[in-house]
Ligand binder design. Structure first.
Ligand code: CA
Ligand code: CA
Ligand code: CA
Ligand code: CA
Ligand code: CA
Ligand code: CA
Length: 426
């Protein structure tokens, strides 16, 4: 468990602390991520007074807690490639402008309205080509605080849920229920259903995997994010490559997520997380992350990694708010965003956390449209791509250019346009 003292500190204080200290006050134990090879013998952790918290299923890592003084010794043990300290990650949420609604009378739902962000990126026009439905092949994994699993505007798109909190993997519905609100809000921006009630998401028929890696206070461990990425790759069947053909994303024989949406960040660059992201990227998974709300000139991690699409926020006037971190790849609506919220309700939130899922949704629409047409998916592509033969290339060339002409640090390539992106495929 995290230090209880840390958990009750105000958010601002937590940000200062994140990445600086992770030792618990009660003991001198530290939480570490150990990269190992086949020569490693786990008993060395026990022998050094530590305990194993989790083992990677794809990535060769072990998450452990051990006395501070044993870290150096363990680093020299046989089969240990690297030992690094675990770090804290947090969701990027601004203060809600209005208190989130509690829906006491669950039989009443508000009539559906199109949130301004969905309208701004012209998602409704994109649905003529694809609404994200692709024969059960295209899924978006939302790594966050869980999901309100029986929300009437989400439930039918929730294909699977899992919790990896504190290294414990559980698919029990109660384990991945959202008790914060952030995860439900992000999931609704991606995939709230196009029906009579509530709101509608960017890809209203795409399947969602709700992966709970952040606790009820919206913070968690980098090690749990790594385990969450593993779950997104393994999918509900728990196997990476069932038919052994080397194809993971876009394979109808497998159930890996094609898009991983990450509305959180850390000031710490943890190599094990970067390696997990590189591996997911190599399997053809589009990774999207919020740039962060610190008003910094560069995105936080994992958005800062080159394999990840860093997304900044814009408001209703297409301006980038001061708190949205610069140096992004793309921009999307992230101020006063209405979406789903726990208790079958709806709430308006602001943050790069809200911008990120707009891009995740468009990436899913691209892959769904492409899959429906060609029976395969597009390669992810890189930051500098400017062709229509990769997902990132399509996002770049179809984004609405704002600010200085061409790419700029404030808007990146511009505000995503779902309609124009899908026209590249049709
Ligand atoms: Ca899939
Ligand atoms: Ca509910
Ligand atoms: Ca709806
Ligand atoms: Ca699988
Ligand atoms: Ca396969
Ligand atoms: Ca520009």
């Amino acid at each position: 468990m995290r230090n209880k003292k840390l958990a009750v500190l105000p958010v601002a204080a937590l940000i200062l602390i994140a990445g600086v200290t992770i030792s618990t006050a009660e003991t001198d134990n530290v939480r570490v991520i150990i990269k190992v090879d086949e020569k490693f013998d786990e008993s060395v952790i026990l022998a050094n007074g530590g305990k194993v918290l989790a083992r990677g299923k794809i990535f060769p890592i072990i998450v452990a807690e051990l006395p501070d003084k044993a870290v150096e010794k363990l680093a020299k043990a046989k089969g240990v490639v690297r030992v690094e300290k675990d770090a804290i990650v947090e969701v990027f949420k601004g203060k809600p402008p209005s208190p989130p609604g509690k829906n006491k009378d669950k039989s009443t739902q508000p009539p559906q309205e199109i949130p301004w962000g969905i309208d701004r990126i012209n998602a409704t026009e994109a649905w003529i080509i694809s609404n994200g439905s692709a024969n059960g092949v295209i899924e978006v994994a939302v790594i966050d605080t869980g999901i309100d699993r029986d929300h009437p505007d989400l439930e039918n798109n929730l294909a699977w849920g899992v919790s990896v909190l504190n290294g414990r993997i559980s698919t029990k519905p109660n384990a991945y229920q959202d008790r914060n609100g952030h995860g439900t809000h992000v999931a609704g921006i991606v995939a709230a259903i196009n029906n009579e009630i509530g709101v509608v998401g960017v890809a209203p028929a795409v399947e969602i995997y709700a992966i709970k890696a952040l606790g009820n206070d919206g913070s968690g461990w980098v090690s749990d994010i790594i385990l969450g990425i593993e779950q997104a790759l393994l999918g509900p069947d728990g196997v990476l490559d069932k038919d052994g053909d080397g194809v993971i994303a876009g394979d109808p024989e497998d159930d890996a997520a094609e898009v991983i949406s990450m509305s959180f960040g850390s000031s710490s660059d943890v190599t094990s997380l970067h390696e997990a992201i590189i591996e997911a990227y190599s399997y053809g998974v589009v990774l999207v992350a919020a740039s962060g709300n610190e008003g910094a000139s560069t995105p936080s991690y994992p958005a800062a990694y080159e394999e990840v699409i860093a997304v900044g926020a814009t408001n209703m006037s297409d301006a980038v708010p001061s708190w949205s971190n610069r140096g992004v790849e793309l921009s999307a609506p992230g101020v006063d965003i209405l979406s789903t919220y726990p208790d079958d309700s709806y709430a308006t939130l602001s943050g790069t956390s809200m911008a990120c899922p707009h891009v995740s949704g468009v990436a899913a629409l691209i892959q769904a449209a492409y899959y429906n047409k060609y029976g395969t998916i597009l390669p992810v592509g890189s930051f500098s791509d400017a062709s229509n033969s990769t997902v990132r290339g399509i996002l770049h060339i179809t984004a609405e250019d704002l600010g200085n002409e061409g790419y700029d640090a404030e808007y990146g390539y511009g505000i995503v346009r779902a309609d124009l992106a899908l026209k590249e495929i049709s």
